[in-house]
Design a protein around this ligand. Structure first.
Ligand SMILES: NC(=O)C1=CN([C@@H]2O[C@H](COP(=O)(O)OP(=O)(O)OC[C@H]3O[C@@H](n4cnc5c(N)ncnc54)[C@H](OP(=O)(O)O)[C@@H]3O)[C@@H](O)[C@H]2O)C=CC1
Ligand SMILES: O=C(O)C(=O)Cc1ccc(O)cc1
Length: 442
């Protein structure tokens, strides 16, 4: 089949698209694909949600079916958009009903369990081409990476999936599922671990960071808004992509170790060792060897406007150790990872995280303030101490593979911050729009 505009229009009229799981991502896909002109879209969630979904979509062309059997037996392209934790069970249930010759895809954030489920439960006569939008359901997909994984498929079917996804205007990136999981362990799992640890540490100290001078203004606003954004979302998304991805455990464990190692040097005031460790790590990630990457060029002052605090930021800026950022760079150095090579799978949150880390390391006076604060500002030690404990706690939870433990830890901190979720979502959306503006250039 050719890819001329007329053949794509023909596909839009003839090809039936199916979505199993009408949560946030399933809905986003169904609504957008319908807006892009795909005429035949069938969707389902759990049978218990059938009537509610039917009512919700009654004035649209989206066809709500009772369950995944009904979707699987008729659709030419089927996307599973369910919890990663449930992918094996759901594919085992509906996979055998997949229509001969159709294409099966998944939206889960970690691909090894998804591909294994497909291989285990799908008939041999169906194609497997998975995908992953590297952003949340409320972010504009334009220009954001959208990973495609051609696992078991003809080129013709791959082109069809390309056509289906092309309306998102995302940056289509082809990867193997192994590379996807290795890279997203860094762009997502470790990034989330850092922000989850910040939130848990603030809670452990009974602090609302927007009320404290050393957490207000500039890059501190990113820490606060992103941490709150993560805690306002569904725990299973973060738990799944951390616990079910074997590379994520290694990286999160190293992150917690880097946090602890640096903290030990700080409290012993081992200045020379601390400095040389930061210098070596900084040179590895941001030094001349990496000159071919495109810097994110986030400016601390640009970030001043995204504050949850009522206090004007300029007047109250106080130095912080930035232990979370120093440890991130130490972790990349120790694992010999180049985060710029991971930009193919960047999410808006990773871009913000990289942006503030890069900013700190490229601003000698700011880095020097952070090093001085880390070694000698004793009044912030209690904050850093809690951060160390929480980073270790999250790493242990992921290493133990406990979804239930993860849920409890996540929800107790979410509860502490819930009154500010709405305000931080507004600021977070603005920050993401700002950081996504120059995404195409990287
Ligand atoms: N949210 C995000 O930012 C992103 C998420 N993803 C990934 O996409 C997937 C979906 O995430 P998201 O939409 O946020 O999560 P949601 O919890 O909003 O959606 C999952 C949906 O699947 C439904 N479901 C569970 N079992 C079945 C079943 N047997 N048949 C039909 N439907 C079922 C759930 O129903 P119920 O709730 O009633 O159990 C729920 O409505 C996850 O794997 C996530 O990792 C990928 C990119 C971004
Ligand atoms: O940007 C992030 O890291 C998010 O928190 C949103 C998100 C969550 C899960 C994904 O698989 C992709 C994006």
């Amino acid at each position: 089949m050719s890819n001329s505009p007329t053949s794509i229009e023909k596909q839009k009229n003839e090809i039936e698209l199916g979505i199993i799981g009408m949560g946030d991502m399933g809905r986003m896909y169904a609504n957008r694909l319908s807006q892009h002109g795909w005429k035949r879209i069938s969707v389902c969630d759990l049978p218990s949600n059938y009537e509610r979904l039917q009512e919700e979509f009654k004035d649209t062309s989206i066809n709500v079916l009772r369950d995944g059997y009904h979707v699987s037996r008729r659709a030419d392209w089927i996307m599973y958009a369910v919890e990663a934790e449930h992918i094996d069970r759901v594919v085992a249930q509906y996979g055998p009903a997949t229509k001969i010759g159709s294409i099966v895809s998944g939206q889960t954030s970690v691909k090894q369990p998804e591909i294994e489920a497909f291989e285990r439960h799908l008939p041999n006569d169906v194609h497997i081409i998975s995908c992953h939008s590297m952003h949340g359901p409320n972010v504009n997909p334009k220009g954001q990476p959208l990973v495609m994984i051609k696992h078991r498929a003809s080129q013709e079917k791959f082109e069809l999936v390309r056509n289906i996804l092309s309306g998102f205007e995302s940056n289509l990136v082809e990867l193997s599922y192994q590379d996807h999981d290795r890279i997203t362990a860094d762009t997502q799992a470790v990034t989330h671990a850092a922000f989850l640890s910040m939130g848990a540490a603030w809670k452990a100290n009974n602090q609302f960071p927007w009320l404290l001078p050393h957490f207000v203004g500039g890059i501190e606003n990113v820490k606060v808004n992103v941490a709150l954004r993560i805690y306002s979302n569904k725990w299973h998304v973060y738990a799944g992509l951390a616990i079910m991805n074997p590379s994520a455990r290694i990286q999160i464990t190293q992150y917690a170790k880097s946090v602890a190692d640096l903290f030990k040097l700080m409290i012993q005031e081992k200045e020379e060792e601390f400095r040389s460790r930061i210098r070596e790590a900084g040179n590895f990630v941001f030094g001349s060897l990496n000159d071919d990457h495109v810097p994110i060029l986030l400016d601390d002052r640009l970030l001043d406007e995204f504050s949850l605090s009522n206090v004007p930021s300029g007047s109250i800026r106080e130095p912080n150790s930035h232990l979370s950022l120093l440890a991130m760079v130490d972790c990349w150095y120790t694992l010999k990872l180049n985060p710029y090579e991971h930009m193919v799978c960047q999410t808006p949150l990773f871009r913000l995280w990289m942006g503030i880390t890069e900013y700190l390391f490229r601003k000698p006076e700011m880095l020097e303030d952070a090093i001085q604060a880390a070694l000698y500002r004793k009044e912030i030690r209690s904050d850093d101490m809690e951060f160390v404990t929480c980073a270790r706690g999250w790493a242990e939870c992921v290493d133990l593979g406990s979804m239930e433990g993860y849920r409890k830890r996540f929800e107790s901190t979410a509860e502490f911050f819930k009154d500010r979720f709405a305000d931080s979502a507004v600021l977070g959306n603005k920050m993401i729009a700002m950081i996504s503006k120059n995404i195409q250039k990287s």
